[in-house]
Design a protein around this ligand. Structure first.
Ligand SMILES: *Cc1c(COP(=O)(O)O)cnc(C)c1O
Length: 396
């Protein structure tokens, strides 16, 4: 058995570009909130493929919708119309109260589109290019050149410089620093509503409101990255809805398709009218019928099953159990988060804890260098939280 697993790992390592230090785990299938490796070992999943699998694994209704669409039409092109993609866009409009959707293939690509829309909006208004974007330190927006240019992590950016020019960095949850970064050339502020990779930091109410006001004063657009914190994870469909602060452009991905690669940038009508026009943007795959069927089904299930309300309830319980855990262990120093997006700061090596958790049948990931991150499927129950706490405690 062990030999077989090593063989599978070696095969992968010989062919795949080595850009991940992967855990020595070969996953085979999933059922509900559990994953199984190729040896049949069972794992409670508190990572959900990095905040993707909101409904867990093997959801029959979702799988059936995708299978039916596969047999009908997987892909055509954006040169034509198709029904699932239009339905998906309408559902996303309804869930967000925003107006226009462009489907992408990933989160990073949604960020790229949001940046282009903001630049084009300012270009159309001012009649010239050369605009600036304010981004946050400790942010994460993706790995492509544009998204990397607004990612506030030197380590990710350094070797790829020069990146997109005209990006200024401010400190998250520090309104004065955002204010100081504004110039007459600023066309947008981009930020996560809850910082994910940076260590699970929710925006403070007054910060988000303050940034919104600064944007309005300067005629700049507010771009909220909801890729990780959106889609019900914080107990609202989109995290900004919990603040009552609406962005001009929002980026989605991760749980948007619950496993099929899809993202979106969504904007208000005013921005849509004055930014990207025919010829300005496109993608071959983006929003094809297969992912359209997935997004439509995901949004239907989220609303019908009132997933945000379930997240508020189980999320409060997870927060309480984590608070108790922090109180019991000196190596755990703080808990932060909203709903089912929680982080616990830890003085021990978090990578080692996640590796050890696997031995105990628990999948848990890290955020930054010192935070344990809890982003389980949104359908977990309190009993799963108890099971997770028990397994995690065994690793501490
Ligand atoms: C994951 C993530 C991205 C990048 O999404 P990809 O699909 O990996 O390109 C961007 N922003 C945030 C907040 C994310 O969590």
């Amino acid at each position: 058995m062990e030999n077989n697993k090593q063989k599978q790992i070696n095969e992968a390592e010989q062919a795949l570009l080595h850009v991940y230090n992967r855990f020595s785990l070969v996953l085979d299938h999933g059922a509900g909130v559990y994953l199984y490796d190729t040896d049949g070992k069972k794992y409670l999943d508190f990572a959900s493929g990095i905040a993707v699998m909101a409904f867990g694994y093997g959801n029959k209704e979702y799988n059936d919708a995708l299978k039916a669409q596969i047999d009908k039409l997987i892909h055509t092109s954006n040169l034509y119309y198709n029904v699932p993609t239009a339905a998906a866009a309408a559902a996303l409009k309804k869930a967000s109260g925003m107006d226009r959707v462009f489907f992408t293939n990933s989160g990073a690509e949604a960020i790229e589109g949001a940046i282009k829309a903001a630049k084009k909006y300012a270009y159309t208004r001012d009649g010239h290019a050369g605009h600036e974007i304010i981004a946050m330190n400790q942010s994460f927006h993706g790995r492509t050149i544009g998204a990397l240019s607004v990612t506030g992590n030197e380590h990710y950016r350094e070797s790829f410089e020069p990146l997109m020019p005209g990006v200024k960095y401010a400190d998250y949850n520090n309104l004065e620093s955002v204010k100081a970064a504004f110039t007459e050339r600023t066309c947008a502020v981009i930020m996560e509503t809850v910082q994910g990779e940076g260590g699970i930091y929710p925006a403070k109410q007054e910060f988000l409101e303050g940034v919104r006001s600064l944007c309005d004063e300067h005629g700049a657009l507010l771009i909220l990255d909801e890729i990780q914190c959106g889609m019900g994870r914080t107990g609202n469909m989109f995290a900004w809805q919990g603040y009552g602060v609406k962005p001009d452009i929002m980026a989605c991905a991760k749980a948007l398709g619950c496993g099929v690669p899809v993202g979106a940038f969504v904007m208000n009508e005013n921005v849509a009218q004055k930014s990207l026009a025919p010829g300005d943007h496109g993608t071959t795959y983006g929003g094809n019928p297969l992912v359209g069927a997935a997004v439509t089904k995901v949004l239907e299930m989220m609303e019908r099953d009132n997933i945000p309300a379930h997240v508020r309830e189980v999320g409060a319980y997870l927060a309480k159990r984590l608070d108790e855990l922090v109180a019991r262990h000196d190596c755990l120093t703080a808990r932060r988060g909203v709903g089912l997006m929680q982080g616990v700061a830890c003085t021990k090596k978090v990578g080692e804890i996640s590796a050890k958790a696997l031995e105990h049948g628990l999948v848990v990931i890290t955020a930054g260098s010192d935070v344990l991150r809890f982003v389980p499927p949104l359908v977990i129950e309190k009993a799963h939280v108890d099971e997770m706490i028990e397994k995690l405690e065994a690793c501490l």
